[in-house]
Design a protein around this ligand. Structure first.
Ligand SMILES: Nc1ncnc2c1ncn2[C@@H]1O[C@H](COP(=O)(O)OP(=O)(O)OP(=O)(O)O)[C@@H](O)[C@H]1O
Length: 441
């Protein structure tokens, strides 16, 4: 049975989530602070961490950073408030498996947990074989067609490719597509998140080590390069590699040989390298933080993944694909977007790009009961419903606090059964959902 550690300081809420996950076949331990979370999470046998963002002695992001330094393969799901998209985006950059927003929707939670654990399994088995098209959308706009042309052009060559773009713009998807259309597509595709490689262990993660190479090296390991032999290695957030690892990487690329840490034996490798960054790598080269020779070696060809706000022509195509996928995955009847929603989508900035859109559409699919996605199930960021400062603010805030407490109490008493809660409050389910979202319940 998979073991989940849930870190949440609201104990009644924590109990409800724990019960729900246990009913669905998981073993759940709980902790109520950063300190206790770290203690519990580092114990043997934990497969997944779910942590709230706001904790009494710190934040979920601090925990995420610590867990990623401790074991970067341990998946971490961050719970944020519905409107904290900035934190959610940051968490993904820091290596979170996924984020979910409050109020937690049970189906969404279960799906996210399942997906995070599946990914953990794949990592473990290192079964990086060829994969299907993964619902890859090319897009109809001329920019999208240009990117696709470049992918098809460069894929069959062995050139190193650097993929530039903001977080969530599809850099990893592009690199998988390059692998898929390359002659190496029967070989492994190994994705390495350089942002989560600690300085001390980067060398051994990338190239492996022999038993006894350093304290704690109890057995000989295979590094990512060796695992990718005959295939493609994808170095995500390559700008985060420390200087020492950059030197080793350059050597591996130039000599096509690696040496495990602590070994004198050289191993020949045949690996194609794709790298991604959402930083200005050239700027880092200028500042002396990234080696110029490595930069040119990685940048034999470059592809720019566009931010979603600059892809207005294809934006609804993505939204509709995510809606279709969500309906299928969640066993919901087919739905469409209302005109108002489409308008808001086109005006929104999408700081988290395609990943944010996929998550918002998935959540809207869960919340919407009709066959049309309406404004009511979108976050305030998109609908601009956020209240602006006014003289009534304090009185209003007080009333809202009261209302929030009452709703929370009744929800808890009903074990988060929304129909019962709405009935007891004398409001309909939709109003309840809106209020829950408003108050982050
Ligand atoms: N071409 C595409 N077609 C369909 N969905 C896509 C496409 N590109 C990206 N996505 C969706 O967006 C999500 C994020 O994409 P991906 O992980 O490739 O982004 P990224 O730029 O590598 O993100 P990060 O900067 O956080 O590493 C994917 O999980 C997928 O759901």
């Amino acid at each position: 049975m998979k073991k989940i550690l849930l870190i949440e300081d609201d104990l009644s809420y924590s109990r409800i989530i724990k019960n729900f996950l246990e009913r669905n076949g998981y073993n759940v331990e709980t902790a109520d602070s950063v300190k206790n979370g770290l203690l519990e999470g580092k114990k043997e046998g934990v497969n997944l961490i779910i942590t709230d963002f706001r904790l009494p002695d710190g934040t979920g992001l601090e925990l995420l950073a610590q867990f990623k330094a401790f074991n970067k393969k341990l998946p971490v799901i961050l719970i944020t408030n519905y409107s904290d998209i900035g934190i959610a985006v940051k968490s993904m950059k820091m290596g979170a498996a996924e984020y979910i927003t409050k109020p937690i929707n049970p189906d969404e939670l279960l799906l996210t947990v399942k997906e995070a654990l599946e990914e953990e399994q794949i990592e473990k088995e290192q079964s990086k074989k060829a994969f299907g098209e993964e619902n890859y959308i090319v897009g109809n706009s001329s920019d999208a067609q240009q990117i696709e042309k470049h992918i098809q052009l460069v894929a069959p060559t062995d050139l190193s490719v650097i993929i530039l773009g903001e977080t969530g713009t599809g850099k990893e998807y592009i690199s998988k597509r390059i692998h898929q259309f390359s002659n190496r597509n029967q070989g492994p595709f190994v994705a390495v998140d350089c942002g989560t490689l600690s300085k001390d262990l980067a060398g051994s993660e990338l190239f492996g080590h022999v038993k006894g190479a350093f304290t704690g090296a109890n057995e000989t390991t295979t590094g990512h390069f060796e695992a990718a032999n005959g295939g493609t290695i994808f170095l995500d957030e390559v700008g985060n590699l420390d200087y020492e690892s950059q030197i080793k990487l350059l050597r591996a690329l130039e000599e096509k040989k690696i040496r495990k840490i602590g070994s004198t034996q050289e191993i020949s490798i045949d690996v194609r390298i794709l790298a991604a960054t959402n930083e200005n790598l050239q700027e880092q080269v200028k500042l002396g933080l990234f080696r110029e020779d490595l930069y040119y070696r990685l940048n034999e060809f470059s592809i720019k993944a566009l931010p979603l706000r600059k892809r207005k022509d294809d934006l609804m195509l993505f939204a509709e694909q995510f809606l279709l996928e969500s309906c299928e995955k969640l066993n919901k009847e087919a739905k469409e977007f209302s005109k108002e929603v489409a308008n808001k989508f086109l005006k929104y900035e999408w700081p988290g790009n395609l990943r944010e859109m996929r998550n918002i559409v998935r959540r809207a699919t869960l919340l919407e009961n009709s066959n049309q996605i309406t404004l009511g199930v979108l976050p305030d960021e998109i609908t601009n419903k956020r209240s602006t400062g006014s003289s009534h603010q304090t009185v209003k805030a007080l009333r809202q606090d009261e209302e929030k407490n009452v709703i929370q109490e009744i929800l808890l008493a009903n074990q988060y059964n929304k129909s019962k809660t709405a009935e007891q409050l004398g409001i309909d389910r939709k109003t309840l959902y809106n209020k829950m979202r408003k108050y982050g319940l």
